[in-house]
Design a protein around this ligand. Sequence first.
Ligand SMILES: Nc1ncnc2c1ncn2[C@@H]1O[C@H](COP(=O)(O)OP(=O)(O)OP(=O)(O)O)[C@@H](O)[C@H]1O
Ligand SMILES: [Mg+2]
Length: 226
Amino acid sequence: MLRIEQLDKTIAGHPPRALFRALDLQVAAGECVAIIGESGVGKSTLLNCMAGLETMDSGSIRVGDTELAGLDDDALSHLRRDHFGFVFQAFHVLPHLSLRHNVAVPLWLQGRGGAEADRLAARMLERVGLGPRADDWPQHLSGGELQRVAIARALVHRPSVVLADEPTGNLDPARAADVLDLLLSSVREAGAAGVLVTHSRAAAQRADRVLELKDMRLSPAMAYSA
Ligand SMILES: Nc1ncnc2c1ncn2[C@@H]1O[C@H](COP(=O)(O)OP(=O)(O)OP(=O)(O)O)[C@@H](O)[C@H]1O
Ligand SMILES: [Mg+2]
């Protein structure tokens, strides 16, 4: 579903720094891969490259049959809209929209509004355990509940790829584990390819595979105890 081959990227700076060299990654439909690595090593940048939010110097990134390298900005934003779901550390739930409408946003962007969007959003909220609160407001929710809303929103339009950058970074360990299990089971159930960046090795172990970004490449993470 997601295939990266021989990705090279150097970032500007004094001096410029090579971030990725011949980096490869494949994630199958229904599979969740966790990426760990030291701060500043390029994990968020790699997710941004996958989503076409940052350019690569050379190499190939394919989502299904679509090669990102040749796409213009318009095509990239359509690809993001239709094929990607995102979950971020800071939730990015919109305060002036009800939970139902927060979850409906990706459908609105696709031009699917009204009753259909409301119904699909309500169903996703039910899946994440917030069905009865569909018409409540984000400011009434805890951090863990907000991240459930973000998960519902990331999956409501049935994306092929779900990218999550430190999705549990703001949560206490018990809540983080619950939210992560929900994210992983939702991604698997939806048959999407999931890529999860996390600092937490405990969190990473819940994924199907754990890769470490180090020396400009991804490699299987060494076994670890906690
Ligand atoms: N647009 C940019 N221009 C120049 N340098 C950048 C840009 N974006 C990120 N960087 C640099 O690229 C490196 C990788 O950043 P990135 O945010 O991807 O790291 P990370 O692995 O996600 O770190 P963290 O774990 O702290 O979130 C950092 O040194 C950062 O300063
Ligand atoms: Mg980061």
